[in-house]
Design a protein around this ligand. Structure first.
Ligand SMILES: *[C@@H]1O[C@H](CO)[C@@H](O)[C@H](O)[C@H]1NC(C)=O
Ligand SMILES: *[C@@H]1O[C@H](CO)[C@@H](O)[C@H](O)[C@H]1NC(C)=O
Ligand SMILES: *[C@@H]1O[C@H](CO)[C@@H](O)[C@H](O)[C@H]1NC(C)=O
Ligand SMILES: *[C@@H]1O[C@H](CO)[C@@H](O)[C@H](O)[C@H]1NC(C)=O
Length: 404
């Protein structure tokens, strides 16, 4: 067991428990300015900015019972995937079968349209695993991954990718790992880290910019990394597609000093919010050219979820009241129109009337978000219900009807 891990690990777990146990115990509606500022400072102090950049799906490791985590097993699974240098570039490494898929262009692409021809991957597994290696304390392997990427990764590939997916996974992964690399420089060989990951992130961020060149400033959902937005590209996107860019793009601006990334993401977020109904509700899908809604029904699950997540985290990270104000109005509207006891259904943004009575797996982040804002009672009850479903079926179904 390396010393690094034992020094680093317990601190993180202790901090996380501290956050959950002792920080917030007041419902969101009761926030005054002082309380709000104090809440934000506490979260920032406890977590620092890093937690929010661990990219969305792959890398954040938060365990209810860290003592139950089999660290050697988790680590060997990760590093086994990385042990063959030649495989690094592929997107999804499958350590058990020792195979891979180059799936970046498939993410969010249900019909598997416009798949690239000679694409060999963008090192998705490696990028998404970097911060885990730091959390697990394996700095030699982290360094190896960083150097490999600096030498071998290029985004100059003719591949059409989903902006949202590529942002949360690849840009988020690179920025998290960059922050961790600068933060733990002393653990890397002297002089080796020279912002290589930030340079890669900046290169990727620049390739995102053409997506925002729509008449409304709302980004196209798809972008070709080499060629920009395709001529006939679909103008349909989702609320999460427009509203979940500010953390990575904002961080990229703060780290590089280039204001464009944050500016385009903020402009898109403001435009999206301006499209809300009088009930402060948004729909699920919209057209980036006309700025009109396509699907008026929405909830807190697929297509919308991270819009809420990014608002509260942007407020915590960047401190601008604008994020809080949007979040607060949006959150209260969710609690008013989507909530039914501990459950959340979908509703029509124009009338607030319930549309789909469904539990979906992606809603499961909601109690965690409620913990961040201090709405403990609501978090407690919805987390319990999700857990009951889990216990009953052994998994959270992709979606299931709630029989009332
Ligand atoms: C890091 O991972 C590699 C590859 O699995 C392993 O050989 C090495 O022992 C690990 N180092 C530490 C410090 O755990
Ligand atoms: C770049 O990739 C090649 C092929 O996998 C590998 O041999 C080389 O060591 C890599 N560069 C670094 C710095 O790891
Ligand atoms: C755009 O779509 C039209 C109709 O589907 C097709 O004929 C045309 O070739 C497409 N253009 C490009 C550049 O893909
Ligand atoms: C959560 O709910 C349960 C059941 O209603 C209750 O016993 C428990 O005290 C609650 N915990 C918190 C932290 O509110």
């Amino acid at each position: 067991m390396p010393a690094a891990r034992s020094a680093f690990g317990p601190v993180r777990w202790a901090l996380l428990s501290l956050l959950i146990l002792s920080v917030f115990s007041h419902p969101v509606a009761g926030f005054g300015a002082a309380k709000k500022a104090c809440m934000r400072e506490k979260v920032r102090k406890i977590l620092g900015p890093k937690l929010f950049f661990f990219s969305f799906f792959g890398t954040i490791l938060v365990f209810d019972n860290p003592q139950d985590l089999d660290v050697p097993l988790a680590e060997s699974k990760l590093t086994c995937a990385m042990s063959k240098s030649l495989l690094f570039l592929h997107d999804e490494l499958k350590p058990l079968t020792k195979t891979f898929t180059d799936s970046l262009s498939e993410l969010g692409n249900l019909k598997l349209e416009f798949l690239p021809q000679n694409y060999k991957g963008s090192a998705l597994s490696l990028i998404e695993s970097l911060s885990s290696l730091v959390v697990l304390g394996n700095f030699t392997e982290f360094q190896r991954g960083v150097l490999w990427l600096s030498d071998n990764l290029t985004f100059d590939v003719d591949a059409r990718v989903n902006l949202f997916e590529c942002n949360i996974r690849v840009l988020g992964g690179l920025i998290s790992a960059h922050i961790l690399a600068t933060d733990t420089k002393s653990r890397l060989d002297h002089g080796l880290y020279k912002n290589q990951l930030l340079n890669l992130a900046e290169d990727l961020g620049q390739r995102f910019l053409p997506a925002f060149e729509s008449p409304t400033g709302l980004p196209y959902a798809w972008i070709n990394l080499k060629n920009g937005v395709m001529e006939n590209e679909t103008t349909e996107t989702s609320t999460s597609g427009c509203g979940s860019l500010i953390l990575e793009m904002g961080a990229l601006t703060r780290l590089t000093g280039d204001s464009r990334y944050e500016a385009v993401a903020l402009r898109a977020l403001r435009k999206l919010w301006s499209m809300r109904s009088s009930l402060n509700l948004l729909g699920t899908t919209l057209d980036v050219v006309t700025g009109e809604w396509i699907e008026y029904s929405s909830g807190i699950g697929a297509g919308v979820d991270s819009f809420y997540e990014y608002l509260i985290k942007a407020y915590i990270l960047f401190g601008s009241d604008e994020y809080w104000d949007i979040f607060h109005s949006a959150y209260l509207a969710v609690q008013k129109y989507f909530r039914h006891g501990p459950w959340y259904h979908e509703a029509d943004m124009r009338t607030g009337r319930a549309t789909y009575w469904q539990l979906t797996s992606l809603q499961a982040f909601w109690p965690g978000l409620q913990i961040l804002v201090g709405d403990i009672a609501a978090a407690n009850s919805s987390h319990r219900e999700f857990f009951h479903v889990w216990q009953r079926f052994g998994v959270l179904p992709e979606s299931c009807m709630r029989i009332l």
